[in-house]
Design a protein around this ligand. Structure first.
Ligand SMILES: Nc1nc2c(c(=O)[nH]1)N[C@H]1C(S)=C(S)[C@@H](COP(=O)(O)OP(=O)(O)OC[C@H]3O[C@@H](n4cnc5c(=O)[nH]c(N)nc54)[C@H](O)[C@@H]3O)O[C@H]1N2
Ligand SMILES: Nc1nc2c(c(=O)[nH]1)N[C@H]1C(S)=C(S)[C@@H](COP(=O)(O)OP(=O)(O)OC[C@H]3O[C@@H](n4cnc5c(=O)[nH]c(N)nc54)[C@H](O)[C@@H]3O)O[C@H]1N2
Ligand code: SF4
Ligand SMILES: [Mo]
Length: 906
């Protein structure tokens, strides 16, 4: 795969276009800018790896200086099929994270009380013995459910899930419910895959309910294809209450009242039906309309025509006029969308991930309403349409897999949310309290719940309550808010310092990417092979995979538990498996890869090390129509087609699951008013809807804190206020304002802008980092706070030291010119779990008032007794298991770690 033919590959070392081609990676020459005007050559070896600053898994190229052996920069890898040599700003900024003068380089252990801020260095061996010993004891005493791995964005697809299976525990907890549970439920109900994979590249109309160009889930791989489509003349509309960067690049910006979007989309569906601009052949053949009639038209003729009639009845009241009022949108919007969709037909692409789905009660119905438009226009699985993500993603894994687990852990999967996508992770403090249970060994990895989840003070209480958490192990390269309440803080490798396999549905294609530790691979290429990643990373920094293998051996040293064997070398029996052997096994099973490797005289692993990515032969679109001999779906002519990955093999307009599990209104796509619907707002009393969910293009949650280039660009999170609202409160840009939630308040500054719908205020969560004690890093982004507890359950955070210049081995840190660190709004949010999807519904009604006399910038106040009350209120909407068959959850609904069927019985 020599990629010198890539249109954007550099052919001359002095050419500044995207990424050098692979045949020049061994010795890439650039001029030393510092030596200019003298032309001093610098020689680099380029090592491919994978970015970890979001889940897109773009290809990076590390430029390792052959003189010093140091990585000096990262650019895009042109041999990567998803990102094609491009990155967003966060990709190259990986070098800031690698070189962060304040990163954690040694394993640390708490001394004194948890949260007290006192640490001492420890060794990996001691940590492994202690943690491994605790886990072993828990297993011996049949306390398997007390071991829990809690992960944010995993950045890998199988390693830990397989390990937990080998351990035999239902120990996986993920952050999905603060991220994307609602959209996932909506998509799953329709096509059995929990996310969309739009073929933006081939689309003629793109409808974004996301901020794709700056943040969208697949930021750069999607963004580059959206822009290519735009250059071809594709029409783009963006539905965003706020004027996002993406909206500014669209042909039309639609700014609805948050949470009303399903009404708008159903109005579009109604119009398509009424004007008969529907792909009837597609709907008739591929949807489960018959099941709908069977349940809802007893004694009727059971014909497709009857179904269309019923559909028109069902959505009759969603007129354009109704949508204008209900959604607070401009007249003509519904007609515009219907025209565009009808014109694009099967070439209609869209995307929804967070946006309204993540903010609002019943947000999963927005995904269903959006999918209905794809179904009506026949744009599911087509060129320029929307694929189920499972078509575009590869799932390689080791040849030997452990059997499924037999346990069910109610700490992660409580009865109240049987349909949740997935674990009810953000409720953990409430669940442990309510169930009066504990976790003995609790790992957090890429997860900072005290800061990124709602209701962080309940998390602090959980950590501080003796006996709730036995041992908290934070696996992280940098300090974060949550790690302040850890017992061990173990320094893990950043993206370019570890091994992972990733595959993402970035376009109509399938690929795998290999994240590899650059230092180790560079040493190998220079003839210094190493059998561990420790030692080729900075300081004592290790990597997760090797850590987990070592830990597994501590848990089951003699193999008597039957666990060790999954991580034992076949080449050297009785020894832990090494990375090369592990990944050789995985890559040997990737379709097409052994042949591609052989053609280059290398092994599959050698190929992945060389290129960092592989384009798996694509099985194509319209896969539902593929003829099959058995299984699948019987068509009218008696032949069989593969269909869709649902129970009925059809696209499911009608969901019997929703009806049977207690959500009769949810059996078909409908609209439910949000908790922040305008009818709920008493504007006179200062009430407004808070939209707290939007990203700053250059930041990534709490991963980018000391990325100096990124932090310099974005370091504030003012409250966006429409001029009409600013007038009502008598505030101007820069003024302090107090935002009262149901459990407390926060004090940001005001930014007056027309970029937000009147009646709505918005605040980004990307800044507002804090620490209790100096000296734990992230000084470019973090205010040091005083945390006082005026009474039981009450927390007052007050910033006592702002951001500013500081001395370090990087002279740039003395040039930090910003001071305010932003405000951590999430602390003041109660949990609001959607009764069906389990999604935390982020939006809430707030009461604004000008800052009180004693208020200071960045103040945060919280009362956790109130947060418990709000939790109870939302829980009251639940329809707990058991459902039909006495089950905890429908067997066909996905779980990241799926137990045997028996475990579903309550
Ligand atoms: N108000 C508000 N809050 C939100 C959101 C919102 O829109 N608005 N978005 C939500 C969403 S969608 C998400 S996904 C969550 C994300 O929030 P989290 O799941 O908590 O994830 P991050 O903040 O990305 O990373 C957490 C920690 O991972 C550690 N880390 C960084 N790099 C690495 C690494 O390479 N290896 C390891 N082992 N650790 C690393 C750092 O300590 C970092 O603090 O936030 C949610 N919170
Ligand atoms: N730069 C950057 N990129 C990222 C991330 C990051 O932290 N930084 N995080 C990654 C992760 S974990 C995720 S989950 C994805 C999420 O990516 P997206 O799905 O794009 O999610 P958001 O940025 O939360 O929201 C998109 C837009 O929705 C708007 N919005 C919010 N609520 C509503 C509403 O009720 N109605 C309407 N109509 N609009 C609303 C917001 O103003 C925002 O501009 O981004 C990924 N990409
Ligand atoms: S889009 Fe995500 S994976 Fe790609 S370069 Fe940006 S941060 Fe990295
Ligand atoms: Mo997310």
């Amino acid at each position: 795969m020599s990629d010198s033919t890539h249109p954007h590959a550099r052919t001359s070392p002095w050419d500044l276009a995207v990424g050098p081609p692979p045949d020049q990676w061994d010795d890439w020459v650039e001029l030393d800018p510092k030596a200019w005007p003298e032309r001093v050559e610098k020689h680099y070896r380029c090592v491919p790896t994978i970015c970890f600053n979001c889940e897109s898994a773009c290809g990076l190229l590390a430029f390792v200086d052959k003189g010093t052996g140091e990585t000096v920069k990262f650019e895009g890898n042109p041999a990567h099929p998803g990102s094609r040599g491009r990155t967003c700003a966060k990709g190259p900024a990986t070098i800031n994270q690698v070189q962060d003068p304040e990163r954690i380089l040694k394993p640390m252990k708490r001394v004194g009380p948890r949260g007290g801020g006192q640490w001492e260095e420890t060794t990996w061996e001691e940590a492994l013995d202690d943690i491994g010993g605790r886990i072993r004891k828990a297993f011996d005493e049949d306390r398997h459910n007390e071991v829990s791995y809690h992960v944010g964005r995993p950045g890998e697809d199988h390693f830990v899930l397989r390990m937990l299976e080998a351990w035999g525990i239902d120990g996986h907890n993920s952050h999905t419910n603060v991220c994307s549970a609602s959209a996932r439920l909506g998509y799953s109900l329709w096509f059995g895959a929990d996310r969309p994979s739009p073929d933006h590249g081939g689309a003629e109309f793109i409808l974004l309910l996301s901020a794709h160009l700056e943040t969208g889930h697949y930021f750069n791989p999607h963004a580059q294809r959206i822009i290519e489509a735009k250059e071809r003349g594709t029409e783009i509309a963006v539905v965003d209450t706020r004027l996002s960067n993406t909206s500014t690049h669209a042909d039309r910006w639609i700014s609805p009242w948050p949470g009303s979007e399903a009404a708008m989309l159903l109005a579009v569906a109604r119009l398509l039906l009424e004007s008969d601009r529907v792909d009837h052949a597609f709907v008739r053949r591929w949807t489960n309309w018959q099941a709908y009639l069977e349940a809802n038209d007893e004694g009727g003729p059971g014909t497709y025509e009857r179904f269309i009639e019923k559909l028109k009845d069902l959505y009759a009241h969603y007129t354009p006029q109704y949508a204008v009022k209900e959604c607070s949108i401009l007249p003509g919007t519904v007609e515009y969308l219907a025209d565009q969709i009808a014109k694009a037909g099967s070439h209609f692409a869209s995307h929804l991930w967070r946006n309204t789905a993540a903010g609002n009660l019943g947000g999963w119905q927005v995904a269903r309403a959006l999918m209905l438009l794809h179904v009506l226009s026949g744009s599911v699985g087509t060129k320029g349409g929307l694929n189920p993500n499972s078509w575009d993603k590869a799932h390689p894994h080791p040849s030997e897999m452990p059997p499924p687990i037999t346990r069910w852990n109610e700490r992660h999967w409580p009865k109240e949310w049987p349909l949740a996508h997935y674990e009810m992770s953000f409720l953990l403090p409430h669940l442990l309290r309510e169930q009066d249970s504990k976790i003995d060994v609790y790992f957090t990895r890429v997860y900072n719940p005290v800061w990124t989840n709602p209701d962080g003070c309940s998390w602090v209480e959980m950590f501080e309550e003796e006996g709730r958490i036995g041992c908290h192990v934070a696996l992280t390269p940098t300090w974060n808010e949550t790690a302040q309440w850890a017992d061990y803080v173990l320094p893990m490798g950043l993206g370019p310092e570890r091994h992972d396999l990733m595959s993402q549905e970035t376009h109509a294609g399938t690929w795998i990417g290999f994240r590899q530790p650059v230092g180790r691979e560079y040493a190998r290429l220079e003839g210094r092979e190493s059998d561990t990643t420790r030692g080729t990373n900075p300081g004592e920094v290790w990597e997760e995979s090797e850590f987990w293998i070592a830990l597994t051996w501590r848990i089951d040293p003699d193999g008597s538990l039957g666990i060790r064997k999954y991580f034992e070398s076949k080449q050297n029996p009785g020894r832990p498996i090494g990375m090369d052997e592990y990944w050789s096994d995985v890559f040997a099973g990737v379709p097409g890869l052994p042949d591609a490797a052989a053609a280059e005289d290398t092994t599959p692993l050698g190929y992945m090390k060389r290129y960092g990515a592989f384009a798996v032969p694509y099985a194509g679109q319209e896969r539902y129509a593929t003829k099959v001999d058995k299984g699948g779906l019987e068509l009218e002519d008696g032949s069989r087609a593969a269909g869709f990955p649902t129970q009925s093999k059809r696209l499911e307009f009608y969901s019997s699951t929703m009806r049977e599990w207690g959500f009769p209104d949810g059996e078909v796509p409908t609209y439910q008013r949000s908790q922040v619907h305008w009818s709920q707002m008493d504007l006179e009393a200062g009430e407004r809807a808070l939209l707290p969910t939007f990203r700053l293009p250059t930041l990534i949650h709490t991963r980018s804190a000391n990325s100096k280039w990124l932090q310099e660009i974005s370091h504030t999170n003012p409250l966006w206020v429409h001029p009409e609202d600013a007038r009502a409160f008598g505030v101007e840009t820069g003024d302090l304002i107090r935002v009262n939630t149901r459990i407390g308040y926060f004090v940001p500054r005001v930014w007056v802008t027309e970029g937000i719908h009147p009646g709505i205020v918005a605040c980004s969560h990307h800044v507002g980092r804090w620490r209790l004690h100096d000296g734990i890093g992230n000084s470019m982004a973090t205010a040091t706070v005083d945390l006082t507890k005026p009474r039981a359950g009450a927390f007052l955070f007050r910033q006592k030291k702002q951001v500013g210049p500081f001395a370090s081995r990087d002279s740039d840190t003395s040039k930090v010119h910003w001071h305010e660190a932003g405000v951590n709004q999430n602390l003041t949010f109660p949990v609001q779990p959607d009764p069906a999807s389990g999604m935390h519904c982020w939006h809430q009604k707030v009461r604004l008032e000008v800052a009180n006399a004693g208020d200071r910038y960045g103040d945060v106040f919280v009362d956790t007794a109130k947060s418990r009350a709000v939790y109870e209120e939302w829980k009251g909407m639940c329809v707990p298991a058991p459902g039909p068959g006495g089950l905890r959850r429908p067997l066909h609904m996905k779980r990241p770690l799926k137990p045997v069927d028996e475990a579903y019985k309550l």
